[in-house]
Design a protein around this ligand. Structure first.
Ligand code: GLA
Length: 725
């Protein structure tokens, strides 16, 4: 049993293979957290409820009395606003009488095998009943808010997920002002906060800072999860490394405005919150209605950041990504964007396909520029009909010719956008996201389409359905090229405008869900100016995401190392482009640690480059399973080493491994010794490059000698290992 209820102590114990989590129902039905950390056998730990009793100026519950327990310092399981817990709160409800005091107490629980879906939202799933769920019921007696705290334990995966439902069980409407997906009080603040910051073309760079007293954290209010901060944070024990030490990882399955906050209080404890950003959020809940938060994924391990990442990777590959393309081999693609931008026609694309076919590429993706009158980025978003000047006769003749070359065919969309210069905008000027009396801000010459509206979604759905149902389209790249300002919807009443951002995301999910269920064979790839919507929610609809518009392999090292903190290689789209900063080999080595593909004009390659591409494609097929199923070890991080990055991927069976080193800002590169990880110490492995056979123990302790690179910037070396019997 992964979830146990100890009725003597009124505690719940939630166990994964990496962690234990203990919840206590205390006097007056306060719900407290007694423990979250490495596995322990106990179901109760005494003297943890009061944690720091009797602090001056702390307030007491009048029934419990002034001696000992105070909500000010107790480890409250789901902190509420205004009832003597002064830390950042997970829940605040403004009730009919206008105050926002909220105070929930336990009323009951249910434990069952499996996991329910969240209505209308993406979330992780159980496989063959490999999860158990605890529903903890609580009520705020005054507002009548019934709160369900959901905990799902994936014991073998080492993962726990949480989410919250608020129902209005009163006879008056109330306003939810903040409702986080999870809250956890940890007893110390001896952690560093790890987060992933960035911008367009520089996504998910790793940042690590010690916790300090007060509130700290990261968030987005851009309407999307964003390039600027990812909905992921970790708390890494001070002194922990890739391989050692306690780490808590938190990731939100949400594509909208999020907040990941940590408050360290005067006692040196840490409260962690993750959920919808309360800024620009509010939700009116009428009697009988319910509100569901997105899901938070939680990983604890004492195996360092590296193990935390591997737990996330396995979990996302097996319990989040879904559909045909979760496990089916995905086609190796070439994308037209960097090769042609808007300048293409049928003949050029067919010529790309011919040249690509020669090298072994399996799919041609026609990027932006095929619809309306779009020859640059100033117009036509929303007009999803073919530009027959470019593609005479429409898509059918093009697709037939591409297919005749033996290639599949993919297409680009940006469904949630509208150009002011479009037929759609001229017909429906109020369909863009805007507020009364203000001209909306413009980005890349475009507005955002108000997909919180059903009529708007229906229009886009019809247009997409017409194209996708009538043509042999194997792949869709779904883009989103600006952030959302002037947030409001023409059809929401004033008192509901605060619901807009969340309604927008629910609208996006609805449209995506309709498409992926209607076209289960299409491979969807998510994109937002590169990786501006690289989050777990998008992985529920598209098993791969364009990691960044930046395809420079050295810049990509940072982006991919950062992205890999939470997200697996199977979803990190990575292409070899025409970027000249390094040779072709290194571009291939870096892209190989991802979905792999090309983004260049295949007609312009030299004979020598064509030969390299053919080699790379052989290597891609050979390592396809290893990269997608294997365990990642970040041996040398570019964030910590000025000269090189080294990563290793080991098959789950520990019978194959690949180690790649890329050098940059190069000193004279002498001998580098990389201590490998994750091998079986007892087995022997053949170095496929040198033929040398060494034990796993030797490779992990004495290390692998990597040499042979010149002093040039941007060289790479990949060594393969195979276990010998
Ligand atoms: C975004 C994407 C690119 C490309 C362009 C097309 O920037 O990230 O890959 O699709 O849009 O406009």
């Amino acid at each position: 049993m992964a979830i146990i209820y100890d009725s003597t102590h009124r505690t719940f114990k939630l166990d994964t293979k990496n962690s234990s989590y203990i919840i206590k129902i205390y006097d007056e039905n306060y719900i407290l957290n007694l423990y979250y950390g490495a596995p322990i056998p106990d179901t109760y730990l005494a003297k943890r409820e009061k944690r720091y009793p009797n602090a001056s100026f702390s307030l007491a519950n009048p029934v419990i009395g002034e001696h000992g327990f105070t909500p000010d310092t107790a480890p409250i399981e789901y902190g509420c606003n205004g009832a003597a817990d002064f830390r950042i709160s997970a829940l605040a409800i403004r009730n009919a009488s206008g105050d926002s005091v909220t105070d929930i107490r336990y009323t009951g629980h249910k434990i069952y095998t499996g996991k329910e879906e969240i209505p209308n939202q993406p979330s992780s799933y159980a496989v063959d009943g490999d999860a158990e769920t605890l529903e903890l019921y609580a009520i705020d007696a005054v507002t009548g808010a019934k709160v369900t705290l959901y905990y799902t334990v994936f014991a073998d995966a080492g993962v726990m997920t949480r989410r919250v439902r608020v129902e209005n069980a009163s006879d008056k409407t109330f306003d939810i002002e903040r409702v986080f997906s999870m809250c956890v009080d940890l007893p110390t603040m001896d952690y560093e906060l790890v987060s992933l910051y960035g911008r367009h073309a520089k996504e998910r760079h790793i940042e690590r800072r010690p916790l300090a007293h007060g509130v700290q954290g990261v968030e987005s209010k851009r309407g999307v999860s964003s390039h600027a901060q990812n909905p992921f944070i970790a708390l890494a024990e001070c002194g922990s490394t890739e391989e050692h030490g306690s780490v808590y990882g938190f990731n939100l399955v949400y594509s909208g405005n999020f907040s990941a906050l940590v408050e360290c209080d005067f006692n040196g404890t840490s409260r962690v919150l993750l959920g919808i950003n309360p800024t620009d959020f509010g939700w009116k809940l009428a009697p009988g209605e319910a509100f569901d938060t997105p899901e938070a994924v939680m990983v604890y391990t004492d195996g360092g950041m590296g193990e935390m990442s591997r737990v996330f990777h396995r979990f996302y590959n097996t319990h989040l990504i879904r559909g045909k393309w979760q496990y089916a081999k995905r086609p190796l693609l070439i994308n037209s964007w960097e090769a042609a931008y808007f300048d293409f026609d049928t003949d050029k694309l067919v010529a790309f396909a011919k040249a690509a076919k020669e090298m072994g590429i399996e799919m041609l993706v026609m990027d932006d520029g095929w619809f309306g009158k779009r020859n640059d980025d100033t117009n036509s978003l929303g007009d999803w009909f073919v530009n027959t000047d470019k593609l005479p006769g429409g898509l059918a003749p093009l697709i037939e010719q591409v297919n005749a070359e033996g290639l599949k065919f993919g297409i680009w969309y940006e469904p949630e956008m509208i150009s002011p210069d479009s037929e759609l905008f001229r017909a429906h000027p109020d369909w863009c996201v805007h507020v009364a009396g203000r001209e909306p801000m413009i980005g890349r010459h475009q507005y955002v389409l108000d997909v919180s509206r059903k009529d708007v979604r229906e229009n886009i759905w019809q247009q997409m359905y017409d194209v996708l149902s009538k043509h042999k389209i194997d792949y869709v790249k779904w883009d989103f090229n600006r952030n959302i300002s002037d947030a409001g919807s023409a059809i929401l009443p004033p008192e509901r405008q605060k619901e807009f951002f969340h309604r927008f995301i629910l609208g996006t999910y609805d449209l995506m869900n309709r498409l992926v269920t209607t076209f289960p064979d299409i491979l969807f790839e998510n994109c937002s100016g590169g990786g501006g919507r690289f989050d777990p929610a998008m992985l529920c609809y598209s098993p791969q995401i364009w990691t960044s518009d930046n395809t420079d392999p050295i810049d990509r090292l940072y982006i991919q190392f950062g992205t890999s903190l939470a997200y697996p290689a199977s979803c990190m789209s990575a292409h070899v482009s025409a970027c000249r900063r390094t040779g072709f080999e290194t571009r291939g080595s870096v892209a190989m640690w991802g979905t792999f593909g090309y983004e260049l004009d295949p007609r312009k390659l030299t004979a020598e480059e064509v030969a390299i591409v053919k080699e790379q494609i052989k290597e891609y097929h050979d390592t396809y399973d290893l990269v997608r199923r294997g365990d990642l070890y970040r041996l040398v991080s570019p964030f910590e080493n000025k000269h090189r990055a080294i990563w290793e991927i080991v098959s789950p069976e520990k019978d194959r491994a690949m180690v790649t080193m890329v050098t940059f800002h190069c000193e004279v590169c002498g001998i580098v010794i990389a201590k490998l990880r994750g091998l079986d110490p007892q087995r022997y492995y053949k170095n496929e490059m040198t033929g040398e056979i060494l034990s796993g123990a030797a490779l992990m302790n004495a290390g692998l000698v990597l040499s042979g690179l010149s002093a040039d910037d941007g060289e790479s070396l990949t060594v393969y290992f195979t276990a010998v019997e």
